[in-house]
Design a protein around this ligand. Structure first.
Ligand SMILES: NC(=O)c1ccc[n+]([C@@H]2O[C@H](COP(=O)([O-])OP(=O)(O)OC[C@H]3O[C@@H](n4cnc5c(N)ncnc54)[C@H](OP(=O)(O)O)[C@@H]3O)[C@@H](O)[C@H]2O)c1
Length: 271
């Protein structure tokens, strides 16, 4: 669906570059059909050299003639960037915004036209094609628009579409911020291995492959995690003692509260 579509990425930063890289590496869009902008000229030049795409520091100039415009700027930059492009943007162009805490309604209203807007929340494992993206369509979106967004984010991981935008705050808290929670758990389990005498690199490998395997078990078998946990837990064995320590440390409540707290924060920023 994306063949011959022209794409502009406003804000080729961490996540914008991840998307750019994914689209090029997976041959979704040809280099000559993709362009990116940054705030600083030196950064634009660096991206131009690295990917061979046309880069800009002028968004108005870049979006002319583009079919899809990806907004990958910080939420606080959104109003300024949208008011700069609103005169020249047309209803034939699709906007995909990956900015956290920025509603489709806000973008539609800033542009003062019936512009199709999709909100997307990807995460950083997209860099290695293991991302998780949730899409939420705005008021003027049709099935073709959704399919184009699925094609883009499907190249860098799994994609889900939801239609209740109020859930994007918990999506942000869970899969958007989630890699940070996973890293802290990986770091801590590794430390535990080191404390008990394992070389650090080995402890890290044991932890990460175990997490990867456990995640795939849940995804691929479709079994409830509690059943999979029970299968590892021999009566009076080793695992149950480890589990007791985790429960004693309040791991479940801590993780559940982390999602609630981060969701509230996302709501607060949205307001
Ligand atoms: N990082 C994540 O895990 C993640 C996940 C999901 C969603 N997001 C969302 O993605 C957005 C970007 O986050 P990020 O982490 O990628 O931030 P980032 O690395 O700071 O990237 C932002 C980019 O925007 C550029 N920029 C600033 N003003 C601009 C303008 N007026 N025109 C064009 N480009 C401009 C900056 O250019 P310079 O480098 O030249 O200053 C920078 O490259 C945020 O809204 C965030 O909520 C991030």
């Amino acid at each position: 669906m994306l063949t011959n579509k022209k794409v502009a990425i406003i804000g080729v930063g961490k996540i914008g570059e991840t998307l750019l890289n994914g689209m090029i590496k997976n041959n979704l869009v040809k280099e000559e059909n993709i362009a990116g902008s940054t705030a600083q000229e030196a950064h634009a030049q660096k991206i131009n050299k690295k990917y061979g795409i046309k880069t800009y520091i002028n968004n108005k100039e870049m979006i002319l003639g583009k079919d899809i415009i990806i907004l990958a700027i910080k939420p606080q930059m959104m109003k300024k960037v949208l008011s700069n492009i609103k005169d020249i943007i047309s209803e034939k162009q699709l906007i995909i915004s990956i900015a956290a805490a920025t509603s489709t309604q806000f973008i539609e209203e800033c542009l003062e036209k019936n512009i199709p807007v999709i909100r997307a929340m990807p995460n950083t494992p997209a860099l290695i094609n293991e991302g998780m993206t949730v899409l939420c369509p705005g008021k003027y979106i049709d099935e073709n628009h959704i399919q184009m967004a699925i094609d883009i984010f499907g190249a860098i991981g799994l994609v889900e579409v939801i239609h209740r935008e109020e859930l994007m705050d918990v999506v942000t808290a869970l899969s958007g911020s989630g890699p940070a929670y996973a890293y802290i758990i990986i770091e801590s389990l590794t430390e535990g291995g080191v404390r008990m005498g394992l070389p650090r690199e080995l402890a890290k490998k044991l932890t990460t492959q175990t997490f990867l395997g456990a995640s795939k078990m849940v995804l691929e078998t479709g079994m409830h995690p509690a059943l999979l946990k029970d299968a590892v837990t021999t009566p009076a064995g080793v695992t149950v003692d480890g589990l007791m320590e985790l429960e004693d440390g309040g791991i479940r409540v801590a993780l559940i509260k982390a999602i609630s707290r981060a969701t509230e924060k996302s709501k607060e920023i949205s307001r």
